[in-house]
Design a protein around this ligand. Sequence first.
Ligand SMILES: C[S@@+](CC[C@H](N)C(=O)[O-])C[C@H]1O[C@@H](n2cnc3c(N)ncnc32)[C@H](O)[C@@H]1O
Length: 211
Amino acid sequence: MEKNLSKVEIKGMEAYLYDELIMVISAFTYNKFIKQTIKDINIQPHDKIIDFGSGTAKNICLMKKYTDGLIVGLDIGKEMLKKSKKRCESHNNIKIFYHDIRERMPFVEEFDIAFISFVMHGFIDSDRDKIIQNAYDSLKFGGKFYILDYNEFDLKKQNIIVQTIFKYGECPLASDFIKIDFKEKLKKFGFENFKEYYYYSNFVRLLVGTK
Ligand SMILES: C[S@@+](CC[C@H](N)C(=O)[O-])C[C@H]1O[C@@H](n2cnc3c(N)ncnc32)[C@H](O)[C@@H]1O
């Protein structure tokens, strides 16, 4: 029953127009923000990267400027997969697959970077744990797991605009997500040496932990 609360599965026209919608919702600030975020990841020239819930592959396209290593995107959205595969078809080092990121992964200790962007908040907590375990398993030792998503904050202390966005625009699972101490959670899976980057007045965080 809880799975129905999720709005993270994006379908139909919303999927086809996803990048444009995000730009409008962010008052045309998103491109600048995401370029800075990908820069903050500090990708090295041969890094192999896996993107959980890769969407339209907008992030993958930004990442490929920094590495000639393999970049894998995983998604289950039909339209998202179609759009991202078309976008990346001319790049031999990018592979996009249909894969439910809660299911066991076909990759073991292969990647330098695992990345998940605005996906984690849309799952029930036990599914978040499965995704973290999958990220951990897919990374080499010393590999880094980057989670780009809402920061931790107390919704009751926020202004009416933020409260309204969370009440009407986001899934109830996001309100649960912002209460979780994610560094403590990641520690339980073996991640350490955390670093955080903040955007949008600290409402958005890039959290990185090392395997
Ligand atoms: C909000 S979008 C974010 C897309 C992309 N990460 C970005 O930042 O632009 C969430 C994405 O997660 C995908 N998704 C949702 N549930 C999934 C699952 N169980 N396995 C793989 N992908 C999933 C959706 O299809 C969608 O593309």
